[in-house]
Design a protein around this ligand. Structure first.
Ligand SMILES: [Zn+2]
Length: 661
C-alpha cells in the first residue's frame, strides 16, 4: 500500500509539529542538508488538497501480474561485480517525509516496484532494473525484445529472469522504440553484434534512429552532460534529502555496469501502417518522428491487443525541453500522434504499455489515458500560443496557465518529470525563440557584469544579504535564489551568500513535484556548499568510438578554438585506410571544413591512417607523436600542417561553473 487517506491525518500532525522540533540552523553543518522549513511543509501539504491520495488504482496496476524478482535484489556485471543494488530505493515507503513533495513521493514509491510481470498472455515486462522497462513478446519459437535497457547488465538480468520463470527461448528480434540510450544501450545483454550485422536477428528501429542517436549526444555532449548532472542529480545521495526518483523511473548509483553500445539497426520503420511479421507475430507500426525523440515509433500487436506507446505516453507529463537541453520537441505533433493512435487502434486495444512506468489495463482505462495525455500536450501547446498572442512572455505564461481540472486531477498527467511551467516555455521558444520582444532583453549584459551592477545598486553585498535573509524568513525562496544570484556572481567568495542561496534552493527542491526540478535545485545547493560535481570528459574515448568518420570531422570543427585559428590555414588529405574513404580537410577564416576528397586538391600533407588513429588524434591533440609514429600511419608531405591543426583543438571539460561565475 503506497498511500492511503490516513496519510492526510499523519501528515497534518507532522506539519504542525515539524517546524517546532527542527534543530536550529546555526547548529547544522553549513554544507550538509537542512530540514524542511514550515513554509515548505505548508506548500507540500497543499498537494493533499489537489490530488486524490486515496486512489489506489495505480498501485494495483503497478503490482498486477507480478511473477518474480532477482533473489538478492542485486544486479551483477559480467565480471560478477555489483552493478546495481536495487534495494537502494527501498527506503521509499509509508508517509512522505517533510523533505519530499508528497505527490512525488507517491510516484517514487510506485516506480520502485520492480521485477518480472505478466501484462497479458504472451506479453511480459521487467520493470525497475533500469530507468527503462524491458518488454518481451512470446512469439512462435522465441521472444521479441522491446527496448533492451540502458546497459547490457540490466538487459541480461531481465532476460535471465524471464527464461527462469516463463521459459528458456531464444531472442528472435529486437525493437528500439527511439533514439535515446535507455532504449538501446543494453542490446548486447540479449543478442550478439554478429547476429544483428548478419541480419539473422532483425533489429528494428524508426528511420533516423542511428543518425539522431549520434547527433543528440556527441556535438553537444559536453554542455548537455554538465547540465545533465543537474537534471539527474548525479552528485546527490539517494535518500530523502537527495534523489528519490528520475521521473521516468530509477537509475542506480555506486555500481559498475557493462558499457552501453549503439548498434546500427538492420530494419527500419518509416511510415505509419507499416507491418512486420516476426516469428508468426504481426506488428502494426505508427511512425512518430519529432516527438519525444527525433526518431520514434509506437506499435500495435493485434493478437495480444497491446498498444506499445513508447515514450509518447508516460505516467507523467514529459519534457518538451528538458533542462539538460535538447532540440525543442513538437508538442502539436506529440498530441496528434497520441490521438491518431486512438483512431488507428482504439477500437481493438485492451492494454496500453508505456516504455517507462507500468501498463494500463482495459479499454476504458487505456483510452482515457491516451486521450488525456494527448489533450494535455495539446492544451499546453494551444494555450501557450493563445497567451503569447495576448502579449504574455514566457515567465508570464508560466505563471498564468492553468490546466483544466479534468486533466490536472489525473495522476498520470502530473509533472513528475516534465512540468507545465517549463513546457510552456518550450512551446514559446519552438515558435518564437528565446526573445520576449522587449528590447531591454535583446542584448543583455553577461550575468557577471549584470551582477556587479545589481549589487552596487542594492547598496553592497551586506545590504543585499540582509534583504535576502528577510525574504528567506518569509519563505520567498524563488526570490531569494534569483536575488542572491547577483551577489554570488559578483563575488563567488561570499560564503554566507552562497550558503543562504543553497538553503533556499534546497527548500525549492523539497517542494518540487518534478523530480528533475528537485534534482536541479538540490544539486545547485550541493555545488554552492561543496563545489562542483565533476565527472570525466564525456567524449574521451567512449563516445567518439561510435562516430561515423564524417561525424568525427564535424566534432573536430566545433572543437577548434576560433580565436586561435584566426589567420591560420592548413590543408590536409585524410585517407581512411580501413574504410576506403578520403577527406579533404582544410582550415580558412577560422573554420575547419571537410569534404570528400577528389584526390586532386592542393594539400600540404596526405595522411594514410585507419579510423582508430583519427580518433586517437582527436583525443591526444596537441600531441601528434603517437599517431605519426604508429606503423599503421603513413605520411606524405609536411607534417607541420597536422601539428598546426592539433594545436587548435580544445578538450572540453565538465567542470564549468553553473551556479557561480
Ligand atoms: Zn526513455
Amino acid at each position: 500500500m503506497i498511500m492511503k487517506r490516513i496519510f492526510i491525518g499523519l501528515f497534518a500532525v507532522a506539519a504542525m509539529s515539524h517546524p517546532m522540533t527542527l534543530p536550529a540552523q546555526t547548529t547544522q553543518q553549513a554544507n550538509s542538508p537542512k530540514p524542511a522549513t514550515s513554509a515548505t511543509v505548508q506548500i507540500n501539504q497543499q498537494e493533499y488538497k489537489r490530488l486524490d491520495f486515496s486512489d489506489n488504482l495505480d498501485y494495483q496496476e503497478a503490482t498486477r501480474g507480478f511473477i518474480a524478482d532477482v533473489e538478492d535484489g542485486i544486479l551483477r556485471n559480467e565480471k560478477g561485480e555489483v552493478a546495481a543494488d536495487l534495494k537502494q530505493y527501498d527506503f521509499i515507503t509509508g508517509e512522505s517525509p517533510a523533505t519530499v513533495n508528497p505527490a512525488l513521493w507517491r510516484h517514487a514509491g510506485l516506480t520502485k516496484i520492480r521485477g518480472l510481470f505478466k501484462v497479458t498472455d504472451g506479453f511480459y515486462q521487467v520493470r525497475g532494473f533500469d530507468l527503462t522497462n524491458i518488454s518481451f513478446v512470446k512469439t512462435k519459437t522465441g521472444y521479441l525484445v522491446i527496448d533492451p535497457c540502458t546497459n547490457p547488465t540490466a538487459a541480461k538480468a531481465a532476460y535471465d529472469l524471464l527464461k527462469k520463470h516463463v521459459g528458456d527461448y531464444p531472442v528472435v528480434a529486437v525493437i528500439s522504440s527511439h533514439s535515446h540510450t535507455d532504449h538501446y544501450g543494453g542490446i548486447p545483454g540479449v543478442v550478439s553484434h554478429e547476429e544483428v550485422i548478419s541480419g539473422k536477428i532483425p533489429y528494428i528501429t524508426p528511420a533516423g534512429f542511428y543518425e539522431e542517436s549520434v547527433s543528440e549526444t556527441v556535438l553537444l555532449g559536453n554542455a548537455m552532460s554538465r547540465r545533465g548532472l543537474f537534471q539527474m542529480g548525479v552528485g546527490l545521495p539517494v535518500n530523502e534529502f537527495g534523489v528519490v526518483d528520475n521521473g521516468l523511473g530509477k537509475s542506480y548509483r555506486g555500481g559498475v555496469f557493462d558499457p552501453s553500445v549503439l548498434w546500427r539497426p538492420n530494419t527500419l520503420i518509416d511510415h505509419t501502417g507499416q507491418t512486420l511479421e516476426i516469428d508468426g507475430e504481426k506488428l502494426i507500426f505508427q511512425y512518430t518522428p519529432e516527438t519525444e525523440a527525433p526518431a520514434e515509433l509506437m506499435f500495435y500487436i493485434p493478437s495480444k491487443k497491446v498498444f506499445f506507446c513508447a515514450e509518447l505516453g508516460t505516467r507523467t507529463l514529459h519534457n518538451l525541453l528538458p533542462p539538460r537541453g535538447v532540440k525543442i520537441r513538437d508538442a502539436k505533433a506529440w498530441a496528434y500522434y497520441l490521438d491518431e493512435a486512438i483512431t488507428l487502434f482504439g477500437k481493438d486495444l485492451e492494454y496500453v504499455v508505456p516504455a517507462h512506468s507500468w501498463p494500463f489495463f482495459g479499454k476504458e482505462r487505456s483510452l482515457n489515458f491516451l486521450e488525456k495525455q494527448s489533450d494535455l500536450y495539446k492544451y499546453i501547446h494551444d494555450q501557450t500560443i493563445h497567451l503569447a498572442n495576448l502579449g504574455l512572455n514566457q515567465e508570464e505564461i508560466a505563471a498564468t496557465i492553468k490546466l483544466p481540472a479534468s486533466l490536472d486531477s489525473e495522476w498520470f498527467n502530473q509533472d513528475f518529470y516534465g512540468a507545465v511551467q517549463h513546457n510552456v516555455k518550450a512551446v514559446y521558444q519552438y515558435y518564437l525563440g528565446w526573445f520576449d520582444g522587449n528590447p531591454a532583453n535583446y542584448n543583455r549584459l553577461p550575468q557577471k557584469e549584470e551582477a556587479v551592477r545589481y549589487v552596487e545598486w542594492f547598496g553592497g553585498e551586506k545590504a543585499a544579504l540582509e534583504k535576502a535573509k528577510e525574504s528567506y524568513r518569509k519563505g520567498d525562496y524563488q526570490w531569494v535564489v534569483q536575488a542572491l544570484k547577483w551577489v554570488v556572481f559578483a563575488n563567488s567568495g561570499n560564503t554566507e551568500a552562497k550558503n543562504l542561496q543553497a538553503d533556499a534552493y534546497e527548500q525549492l527542491g523539497y517542494q518540487s513535484r518534478s523530480s528533475i526540478w528537485r534534482n536541479m535545485y538540490l544539486t545547485a545547493a550541493h555545488e554552492l556548499r561543496n563545489g562542483n560535481v565533476t565527472r570525466n570528459f564525456p567524449n574521451r574515448p567512449g563516445r567518439l568510438r561510435n562516430l561515423l568518420t564524417e561525424d568525427l570531422f564535424n566534432y573536430l570543427s566545433v572543437a577548434i578554438d576560433g580565436t586561435k585559428a584566426d589567420g591560420k590555414e592548413c590543408s590536409i588529405r585524410f585517407d581512411i585506410t580501413d574504410e576506403e574513404k578520403s577527406f579533404h580537410v582544410f582550415l580558412k577564416n577560422g573554420v575547419l571544413h571537410h569534404k570528400p576528397s577528389t584526390g586532386t586538391e592542393q594539400v600540404q600533407l596526405t595522411l594514410h591512417l585507419p579510423k582508430d588513429k583519427l580518433q586517437e588524434f582527436v583525443m591526444t591533440a596537441p600531441d601528434t607523436s603517437s599517431v605519426l609514429n604508429a606503423d599503421s600511419v603513413k605520411t606524405d608531405g609536411d607534417v607541420s600542417a597536422l601539428a598546426l591543426l592539433a594545436s587548435l583543438i580544445t578538450h572540453f571539460h565538465l567542470n564549468w561553473n553553473i551556479v557561480t561565475d
